[in-house]
Every structure is written in C-alpha cells, then in structure tokens.
Design a protein around this ligand. Structure first.
Ligand SMILES: [Zn+2]
Length: 92
C-alpha cells in the first residue's frame, strides 16, 4: 500500500488497517486510493455523507503519486513537441 499523497508505503493491508490508513478518499469529484495516517490527519476530513475527502483548503492543490495517466499524457506531449521541432513541415 502506498500513500497517494506523500508516497510512504506499508508492506501489508493489515498493517495499513491497524495503522489507521484511509482506503480511499475524494478530492472534489476525483476519487483517490489510500492515504497514510499523517496525510489523513493533516489533509482529510469526513464529509457530510460519510466519505473521506480532502479539506477545502487543499482541494485541487495536491499532487498525487498514483496518476500514471497524467504522466503518460505528459510523455506523449513531449514526444509530440520533439517531433514538431525536428519536422516543422508536419505543421502544414
Ligand atoms: Zn501520506
């Protein structure tokens, strides 16, 4: 298990449960997996409908370590830029 916010890890789910890890939480509409106890205590709160959510002050401002999709998109963008720089004719 890896904290989506700070990236700290524990070996087993049992350890996480005993340590008070949060299995999932929401940042606005976006659902994220697993927050360690210290991130939970600092950044998360219980919402009105009983879900863990990011405190309003931090909403949309946290950088998550689980978003492989974003990294892949970024790499793709860099590749596209490299291609355009090498072959400017492709713009026309
Ligand atoms: Zn954490």
């Amino acid at each position: 298990m890896k904290c989506a916010i700070c990236g700290i890890t524990v070996e087993t789910i049992d350890e996480a449960v005993e340590g008070g890890w949060t299995p999932c939480f929401f940042d606005g509409e976006q659902e994220h997996e697993v927050a360690c106890p210290s991130c939970t205590g600092t950044l998360l709160q219980m919402s009105e409908d009983g879900e863990m959510e990011v405190k309003e002050a931090f909403r949309g401002k946290l950088r998550y370590r689980e978003q492989r999709g974003d990294v892949a998109r970024q790499d793709h963008l860099l590749t596209a830029i490299a291609v355009l720089e090498n072959e400017p004719g492709k713009l026309n």
